[in-house]
Ligand binder design. Structure first.
Ligand code: SF4
Length: 374
C-alpha cells in the first residue's frame, strides 16, 4: 500500500517540475516529427482538464487539440430533451435523472422550467436511488431518464435488473445511453477531418476496455492512447502518441494503467449485454445520425420502455441548433469555439445555443469558463 494520501497522490499528477520535464520531452518529439499533428481528445473530461490547466498553451506550435464529442449531455439532441420535458409534465409521472440534465434547455424549456411549472423532477447521484423514490410513491409512474456513455450504462442495467427481479411495476426507462467508437469512426470518415491521433476516454475504457479502439490503428491507421484526466496523464499520453508516430508505430496504448485494462470490466459488460441491444440509429447533436451508436432495452423488456409506452406523446422530428452555431465544425477540428460569432454573447452556459456550450465538459463551455484560449 502507498503511504501517500489521495491529495498527495494527485498533487503528484499536477507537479510543475514533472509537467515541465514532460513538456520538454514533447517539444523534442514534436520537433523530430517536423509537421503538424492534430490530436482529438474524445472525452469532455479531457477537454475540461486541458483548458482548465492551460495544457494547450504549453504545446509546441505544431501540436493542435481537437475537442471531441465525449460529453453525453452535450450531444443529446434537443428532441430528446423535449421527451424528458413532456414526460415530466404528466401529472402521474415522477421523472428521475442525473444532475447534469436539469438545466439543459430543449425547445420547450429545461427540466428546471418543468419543475417550476409543477412537474415532479428529481435528480439522483445513483440510478439505484430510483428504487426508493418508486417505493415511496406507489401511485406514481417513476421514469428514469438514463443518459451517459458506457461509463454509466452498467448502473442503469443494474436498476433494470432490480425492477425485473423484484417485479416492481412503477419504474420505467427512457434510454439515452450512447457508445464511443462509432462517432470516432464518423469523425475520421468525414471529408474535413484533420484527426491524426486520439486521446482515448478513460472512464469509458474502465468499463469497455481499451480493446474497443483496436479498429482505429488497424483500419484507419490512427493511434489511440487512453489517458487519465490529470495534467501529467494527458502530457504523458501526448508524448506516447508522438513517440508512436516517430517510431513508425500505430497502436492502442494505455497510459491510465492504474484503472484501465485491455479487456475492461467483464461483469459490467455482461450486465449491459443482458438488458440492452444496439439501436439502428441515434442522432447526435452537432454531428447527425450515427448508426449503431446507442443502446435500447432488448425487445423482451419493451414493457419497461417509456419511449414505446408514451410514443404518442414523444415526437421524433429533428430540432436543429441555431443556424450560426459551428459546433459541427468544432467537433471536426475545423474551428475553435472563439471563431463562433455567438460565443460568449448570444451563447453562454446559462443560455446555450449549441451542443458544445451545454455542459461544463463541452468545448465552448470550457473555453467560456476558463477563458485561457490560445
Ligand atoms: S459558442 Fe454556442 S453557438 Fe457557438 S459553436 Fe459553441 S455552442 Fe455553438
Amino acid at each position: 500500500m502507498s503511504s501517500l494520501s489521495l491529495r498527495e497522490l494527485y498533487e503528484g499528477f499536477r507537479d510543475p517540475r514533472t509537467i515541465r520535464a514532460l513538456v520538454k520531452k514533447i517539444e523534442i518529439e514534436a520537433d523530430k516529427l517536423g509537421r503538424d499533428i492534430h490530436i482529438m481528445e474524445v472525452c469532455g473530461g479531457h477537454t475540461h482538464s486541458i483548458v482548465k490547466h492551460g495544457l494547450h498553451q504549453l504545446m509546441p506550435q505544431n501540436i493542435h487539440f481537437i475537442h471531441g464529442p465525449g460529453c453525453p449531455v452535450c450531444v443529446l439532441p434537443k428532441e430528446r430533451i423535449d421527451h424528458a420535458y413532456r414526460l415530466a409534465m404528466q401529472s402521474d409521472v415522477i421523472l428521475v435523472t442525473l444532475g447534469d440534465m436539469i438545466k439543459v434547455p430543449g425547445s420547450k424549456g429545461s427540466l428546471q422550467d418543468a419543475r417550476a411549472q409543477g412537474a415532479d423532477v428529481r435528480y439522483v447521484y445513483s440510478p439505484l436511488d430510483t428504487l426508493r423514490i418508486a417505493k415511496e410513491n406507489p401511485d406514481k409512474k417513476v421514469i428514469f431518464f438514463a443518459i451517459g456513455f458506457e461509463t454509466t450504462t452498467p448502473m442503469t442495467a443494474a436498476l433494470v435488473g432490480h425492477v425485473i427481479n423484484e417485479k416492481i411495476d412503477n419504474i420505467f426507462f427512457h434510454i439515452n445511453h450512447i457508445t464511443v467508437p462509432e462517432p470516432m469512426k464518423v469523425l475520421l470518415d468525414a471529408k474535413r477531418s484533420k484527426i491524426d491521433a486520439f486521446i482515448g476516454p478513460s472512464h469509458v475504457s474502465v468499463i469497455s476496455g481499451a480493446k474497443i479502439y483496436k479498429v482505429f490503428p488497424e483500419a484507419y491507421h490512427t493511434p489511440v492512447v487512453v489517458c487519465g484526466f490529470e495534467p501529467v496523464d494527458i502530457l504523458e499520453g501526448i508524448l506516447m502518441l508522438l513517440k508512436q508516430r516517430n517510431d513508425n508505430r500505430c497502436e492502442v496504448e494505455i497510459e491510465y494503467t492504474r484503472s484501465v485494462t485491455p479487456e475492461g470490466n467483464l461483469v459490467a459488460q455482461k450486465l449491459i449485454d443482458t438488458f440492452f441491444e444496439k439501436r439502428n440509429h441515434f442522432r447526435w447533436r452537432g454531428i447527425g445520425d450515427i448508426a449503431q451508436s446507442a443502446l435500447q432495452l432488448r425487445e423482451e423488456f419493451a414493457y419497461l420502455d417509456a419511449e414505446k409506452i408514451y410514443s404518442d406523446l414523444l415526437p421524433n422530428h429533428q430540432i436543429d441548433d441555431h443556424k450560426q452555431c459551428i459546433c459541427g465544425e468544432i467537433l471536426m477540428g475545423a474551428a475553435n469555439p472563439c471563431e463562433c460569432k455567438l460565443f460568449g454573447n448570444a451563447c453562454t452556459p446559462s443560455s446555450p445555443l449549441g451542443s458544445c456550450m451545454v455542459s461544463s465538459e463541452g468545448a465552448c463551455a470550457a473555453y467560456y469558463r476558463y477563458g485561457n484560449m490560445r
